[in-house]
Design a protein around this ligand. Structure first.
Ligand SMILES: [Fe+2]
Ligand SMILES: [Fe+2]
Length: 200
């Protein structure tokens, strides 16, 4: 069948009553064949790819710093019940590592270069690498870092909105995990200190 035999609306697509616009299939096929070197990034990508890659590299740095901090805590924590807390730190370190990998994969998919360079890592990251003086300190610092991550992800999700739904969905999934992490750390603090730390 001739791809160009379909009836095309203005600009080769169809509008609907909500003002949304669907491309004609033949037009989609034609565009897909152009600029194959851009891989997953098509003309329909409404974000700014360079800006997206830059923002995601900031997220990647944050996730790497969080991985490193949790691993340090998992290995060095001392004190009563530290074994169960260490296991929690270890689990979070694994989650943060997975987040870093997923973000790096997305950067690569967009044709960008994931930045794993240790040089400047701490300044690219939104959260900080704080060792903590004791177990409670460690938990508190992890809670602070998680709260930074939660807020940062919320902002990015609003920023990407419908311009890049794939990145937005990825960030939404990670955000849900960071909220769990923050809650875990809050529970640990309450258990250790016997009172809620974040009363309003
Ligand atoms: Fe994370
Ligand atoms: Fe986290």
């Amino acid at each position: 069948m001739d791809e160009r035999s379909g009836v095309e609306g203005p600009e080769g697509g169809f509008g609907n009553s909500n003002g949304a616009f669907l491309s004609d299939i033949s037009e989609l096929r034609r565009r897909a064949r152009q600029r194959l070197e851009r891989g997953a990034v098509t003309d329909g990508y409404e974000g700014d790819v360079d800006r997206t890659v830059e923002l995601l590299n900031g997220v990647l740095a944050t996730e790497i710093v969080c991985t490193l901090r949790y691993r340090f805590h998992a290995i060095t924590a001392r004190g009563i019940d530290s074994e169960s807390v260490k296991e929690e730190f270890r689990e979070h370190a694994r989650d943060e590592q997975e987040h870093a990998d997923r973000i790096a994969e997305r950067i690569n998919q967009l044709g960008g270069r994931p930045n794993f360079d240790p040089e400047g890592l701490a300044s690219r990251s939104s959260s900080q690498y704080v060792e903590g003086e004791n177990l409670v300190d460690m938990i508190r610092e992890d809670l602070v870092a998680e709260r930074i991550a939660v807020e940062h992800y919320q902002e990015l999700i609003r920023f990407f909105a419908d311009h890049d739904p794939t990145t937005r969905r990825l960030l939404e999934e990670i955000l849900a995990k960071e909220e769990e992490h923050a809650n875990d750390m809050h529970d640990l603090l309450v258990r250790r200190e016997g009172k809620p730390m974040l009363d309003h």
